[in-house]
Design a protein around this ligand. Structure first.
Ligand SMILES: [Zn+2]
Length: 114
């Protein structure tokens, strides 16, 4: 009996670990150790793995106020996309200059989360 969530988000691929006392675990970075039986293979573990990316999970998850980190086209710098009381916003320059028009970061997050 393997009682694992269908999708487990983690930064690194999962590994199977056999402990000296005979237990077997699927280990997902950031999510933890899940007990599995001998039938559970590395492939089964990989099938459930979803690679973590900065925009895959809101950094703040209340219903009317969510925010995400989005990597800018310049690698290594991040903008904050925010959903607040039905309005979308972003900390990038494009979003500030073109008021009322949605920047690509908002669009990217909105499409993933609708
Ligand atoms: Zn933006």
């Amino acid at each position: 009996m393997n009682n694992l969530p269908d999708k487990i988000v983690g930064l690194y691929p999962p590994t199977i670990i056999n402990t000296p006392d005979g237990s077997r675990f699927a280990v997902y970075s950031g999510s933890g150790w899940f007990p599995v039986d001998d039938e559970f293979t590395q492939e089964d573990a990989m099938a459930r793995w979803e690679k973590w990316t900065p925009e895959s999970k809101p950094i703040n998850e209340s219903i009317n106020d969510k925010s995400w980190q989005v990597e800018s086209s310049k690698k290594g710098s991040f903008y904050t996309v925010r959903y607040h009381n039905g309005h979308w916003g972003c900390s990038c320059p494009a979003n500030t200059y073109h008021r009322g028009k949605e920047c690509k970061h908002v669009k990217q997050i909105r499409e993933k989360n609708s």
